[in-house]
Design a protein around this ligand. Structure first.
Ligand SMILES: Cc1cc2nc3c(=O)[nH]c(=O)nc-3n(C[C@H](O)[C@H](O)[C@H](O)COP(=O)(O)O)c2cc1C
Length: 164
């Protein structure tokens, strides 16, 4: 029997890497999935996206989210996934953490990146949600997202959590 029930996988992804990991986590633990999306769309062009994201970060923007969760109360475990953008979470993650109170929930963070991993984002999540329990995170390199080693890493990470 699982110790906790009703996990939710929350993710933000622009080029599909984090989404791919999110989908595999959701399949493994039979979770609902919520994609963080913004009213203002991000540039398709990569260089423009880099600039746009850096400006958002510099201005500590809180982009408006276009989708919302009605019943966050019913979830015990929140898998929270995002790409590393300029050494931080994309700013829509901060919008998400502002909008929802995750006190008393367990957060399992996962990141995809070109190699920076989490940078300081675990501490940022902890300071945004001081009453949540933040477990060890899963970090995947973008070039490895589709490798079978990533499937094994997801499996081990979930097993090691002791929650499923
Ligand atoms: C705006 C932007 C900034 C990025 N900054 C970093 C970074 O600081 N360190 C890093 O390792 N990768 C960085 N990357 C690479 C992404 O983290 C990586 O490709 C990620 O897997 C993309 O996830 P996605 O496909 O879910 O959007 C950056 C990518 C973008 C678009």
């Amino acid at each position: 029997m699982p110790l906790l029930s009703d996990p939710l996988v929350v993710y933000f992804s622009r080029s599909g890497n984090t989404e791919s990991v999110a989908e595999r986590i959701a399949e493994r633990v039979d979770a609902d999935v919520f994609e963080i999306e913004t009213v203002q769309e991000y540039p398709e062009n990569y260089d423009e996206l880099l600039d746009y994201a850096r400006n958002e970060q510099r201005s500590a923007a809180r982009p408006e989210l276009s989708e919302h969760i009605d019943d966050i109360e019913r979830y015990d475990v929140i898998f929270l996934g995002y790409p590393n953008w300029w050494g931080d979470m994309p700013m829509p993650l901060y919008s998400f953490l502002d909008e929802y109170d995750l006190s008393d929930k367990t957060i399992m963070p996962f990141v995809t990146s070109g190699g920076s991993g989490f940078s300081r984002t675990i501490r940022s999540i902890e300071s945004e949600e001081p009453e949540a329990t933040v477990l060890d995170g899963l970090s995947i390199r973008d070039r490895r997202v589709h490798d079978s080693s990533t499937d094994r890493a997801i499996e081990e990470w979930i097993e090691d959590s002791g929650l499923f």
